[in-house]
Design a protein around this ligand. Structure first.
Ligand code: SDX
Length: 431
């Protein structure tokens, strides 16, 4: 970052404090408040971090007003149409698009790490069959630190690299195993002759009793969904991974923490919640009832898949997913899928409603992804695990960037304390 000659002046209790200003290559300037408490004895207050830059990064840039999403400078719509997930993984991890040789080497390394330690199969057996696959994912990914001790020393760049490859390679296998376990079918081993997305579909949908040929259109749509979810600046789960990593925790534990945070319906769990909402709405004529509920301050109901903390006019990922939804459902011969009709009418109604216009609420990445995933045959419980496996590369890229940052220190926010001041203990007979 470039320190500008500019600074902000804070006047407090008759004193003035100069806050240095740093300028980014894109986006807002930042006020450096790192010395504020030491100099002025005050904290800044920003629950939800609506105005706080928690770090500097070179990985992903978002412009919420313009609906721009860049990965290492490349627009998401170009990556979604011209690239593929493992190439985007390389870009996020190493900062540049790979040469053909670099890409082949990277894809080979990932492919050869897709199997999990055989003893992890037993680990699954401890879960109830009806456990949510996200519960299984959090547990099994956290347990990876019990199986891959040789890539847990974060001070060793080589072990960091191995952990990154292992996580990117094994998350689809673990997610597919969680799905198979939940439906009582046998685990399917990864196959090195299939590409990343086709391998995942094969591990999810093939059974030993017959051959399963992956439809190339569906694996292309799957790959595009992975790409669109790969990274997204300092969102809640990425910030969770960074905060967990700041204590020096091993990468598997940190990614498990990110998976746990992503699960929430306000974040990655919104794709499951959105599809369940569309099913609850059921038909176009019930949309006004739900729009009214979403606007009712006394009703906790929100339109799942709508709104975003950063995007204030369009989520560029939703535009690509909407197009992909049309393609996939047409291919599957379900273009008149009632859920898609409800989704399109709900989007049209909301985007023309003054409440949503005023509050800048519109479909986000989670609005159309669920429709595609359901059409592909996934149960709603697998939507967030698919988001998690896609986002693993973003989490691990941000983790690598942070670990390598010489300024890296443990994250330790303060608070505005509103509790009791000091008081003496009262014996129970006097209470
Ligand atoms: C993801 O951060 C990321 O980058 C996340 C993500 C990623 O790739 O990592 O993009 C993935 O998490 C996408 C978001 C998925 N979540 C949902 O679709 C759940 C529904 N959306 C909301 O819960 C909400 O919009 C959030 C959580 C996404 C954003 O919340 P903010 O920025 O904290 O906004 P807010 O809750 O303060 O809402 C502002 C106003 C409120 O009204 P007022 O109190 O000002 O009157 O808008 C209203 C809210 O009530 N509002 C909604 C709404 N979202 C916000 N009203 C109805 N339906 C909604 N969906």
């Amino acid at each position: 970052m470039t320190e500008t000659k500019k600074s902000a002046t804070l006047s407090l209790d008759g004193k003035t404090y100069e806050l240095p200003i740093f300028s980014p290559t894109a986006g807002p300037d930042v006020l450096d408040i790192r010395k504020l408490y030491a100099q002025a004895g005050v904290f800044t207050y920003d629950p939800g971090f609506t105005s706080t830059a928690s770090c500097d990064s070179t990985i992903t840039y978002i412009d919420g007003n313009e609906g721009i999403l860049l990965h290492r400078g490349y627009p998401i719509d170009q990556l979604a149409s011209k690239s593929h997930y493992l190439e985007v993984c390389y870009l996020l991890l190493y900062g540049e698009l790979p040469t053909a040789t670099q890409l082949e080497d990277f894809e080979t390394r990932v492919t050869r790490h897709t199997m999990v330690h055989e003893q992890m199969h037993n680990f699954f057996r401890g879960f109830r069959r009806d456990a949510h696959p996200m519960a299984t994912l959090v547990g099994v990914v956290g347990a990876m630190s019990a199986f891959y001790h040789d890539s847990t020393d974060i001070s060793d760049p080589w072990q960091r690299e191995v952990a990154a490859i292992r996580l990117i390679a094994k998350l689809p296998t673990i997610a597919a195993m969680a799905y198979k376990y939940s439906i009582g079918q046998p685990f399917v081993y990864p196959r090195n002759d299939l590409d990343y997305a086709a391998n995942f579909l094969h591990m999810c949908f093939s059974v030993p009793a017959e051959d399963y040929n992956v439809n190339p259109i569906l694996s292309r749509a799957m790959d595009r969904i992975f790409t669109l979810h790969a990274d997204h600046e300092q969102n809640a789960s990425t910030s969770t991974v960074r905060l967990a990593s700041s204590s020096g925790a091993n990468p598997f534990a940190c990614i498990a923490a990110g998976i746990a945070c992503l699960w929430g319906p306000a974040h990655g769990g919104a794709n499951q919640a959105c599809l369940e909402m569309l099913k609850e709405i059921g038909s176009v004529d019930r949309i006004p009832e739900f729009i009214a509920r979403a606007k009712d301050k006394n009703d906790p109901f929100r339109l799942m898949g709508f709104g975003h903390r950063v995007y204030k006019n369009t989520d560029p990922r939703a535009k690509v997913l909407k197009q992909s939804a049309d393609e996939v459902l047409e291919l599957l011969g379900v273009e008149d899928n009632p859920l898609l009709q409800v989704a399109k009418e709900l989007e049209r109604t909301a985007l023309n409603d003054p409440y949503f216009i005023e509050k800048k609420l519109f479909p986000n990445v989670d609005f159309y992804s669920g429709i595609i995933l359901e059409a592909m045959g996934f149960p709603t419980s697998m939507f967030t695990p698919i988001f998690a496996l896609s986002r693993t590369v973003g989490w691990i890229s941000q983790w690598k960037e942070m670990i390598a940052d010489p300024q890296n220190k443990i994250g330790r926010p303060r608070q505005l304390y509103l509790g009791e001041t000091a008081r003496d203990y009262v014996d129970i007979e006097k209470r």
